[in-house]
Design a protein around this ligand. Structure first.
Ligand code: NAP
Length: 310
């Protein structure tokens, strides 16, 4: 039988936004829970060193920061629960949040469910996932010690992870579909000046091949259509991500054209008592610092909402 639990604030997602919201909500003496699918921390769990989070001039590792966030919110009474949320009923003053194991009655809900990495969607990508194809350099980089690897993408993630991969691999070939990078200037400069990184401009991966393990890629010149072969045992894909909003697709919560939740500056959605923040919301800067700010704002707004509804 499904267990039913009651909370003042239920936070969906245990990344930087969710854990920051939990800290503020629990310190406001609200009965607070964070529901997380796997382990708290979200995307920073996949990040090696974070250099642009204020207060850490020498950088901090993602897993260390995630542990600190979790400890701090639990210290003030927030509960961390593990479940996969499948739907939300937002009608009425008490919201019903349905998971695989629990059903939650919550006076307010903060959606901080983040997003998942995008896939290329080419033949061989799934076949060789975990056998050469990866979406996480800190998780899998060590499997490619002293061998060449390729990275797809031209954004901050692709360049930052490429720089990380140069520490253990023989070389990194960045495959980018244009001849201009999207990444910030500082990362561009570092990648372009790194002797272990080379670029395949105007190139797209069309298929990954191998026999058990990935062995080579078919590339296409995006301007001429010319095909070429790149022999490489590792392919890391960093081409952005999409918001996790499937479980609220039929809830009545409003989305933008990209499937992100629309909020105002107070992190309020179109439904009273439902708040959202972090990468799942529309127009997020998708930075750790802004994710934390969104979580705090959402928790303060939930506090005012609950005060007003007494
Ligand atoms: P992103 O900025 O959206 O960049 C995605 C990259 O992948 C772009 O270069 C894009 O090419 C390419 N791409 C997209 N779809 C593709 C496809 N189907 N095939 C080939 N290439 C494809 O994503 P991100 O790098 O994951 O960054 C996400 C957000 O997090 C950004 O706001 C970023 O600033 C932030 N971030 C910050 C840091 C940091 O501050 N250190 C680190 C990581 C991420 P085009 O350029 O041609 O569109």
């Amino acid at each position: 039988m499904t267990k039913t639990l009651d909370f003042d604030v239920l936070i969906i997602g245990g990344g930087a936004t969710g854990l920051s919201a939990a800290l503020y909500a629990s310190r406001a003496m609200l009965k607070t829970a964070v529901v997380e699918k796997l382990a708290p921390g979200g995307q920073i769990m996949l990040t090696d060193v974070i250099e642009n989070y204020p207060g850490f001039p020498d950088g901090v590792t993602g897993p260390e920061l995630a542990r600190l966030y979790e400890d701090q919110s639990v210290k003030y009474g927030a509960e961390i629960l593990y479940d996969t949320i499948t739907s939300i009923d937002v009608t009425g003053s008490s919201k019903t949040v349905v998971g695989s194991d629990y059903e939650f009655n919550a006076k307010s809900v903060i959606i901080a469910s983040g997003g998942d990495h995008n896939k290329l969607g080419v033949p061989g990508e799934d076949t060789f996932s975990g056998k050469g194809v990866s979406y996480c350099a800190t998780c899998d980089g060590n499997f490619f010690r002293n061998v060449p690897v390729a990275v797809v993408g031209g954004g901050d993630s692709a360049l930052q992870e490429s720089l990380y991969l140069t520490q253990m691999t023989e070389s990194v070939t960045i495959i980018h579909r244009r001849d201009q990078l999207r990444a910030s200037r500082i990362l561009q400069q570092r990648a372009l000046n790194n002797p272990k990184i080379d670029f395949r401009w105007n190139s797209a991966v069309v298929e990954a091949h191998g026999n058990g393990e990935m062995e080579y890629l078919d590339l296409k010149d995006t301007r001429t259509g010319e095909l070429s072969k790149l022999t490489i045992p590792g392919l890391f894909i960093f081409i952005g991500f999409h918001p996790n909003t499937q479980f609220i697709s039929k809830s009545g919560i409003e989305f933008d054209g990209g499937g992100h939740i629309i909020t105002n500056m107070a992190m309020e959605t179109n439904i009273p008592g439902i708040f959202a923040g972090g990468d799942v919301r529309s127009n997020s800067h998708r930075q750790l610092g802004t994710a934390v700010g969104d979580g705090i704002t959402a928790a303060l707004s939930a506090f005012h909402y609950l005060e007003d509804s007494i």
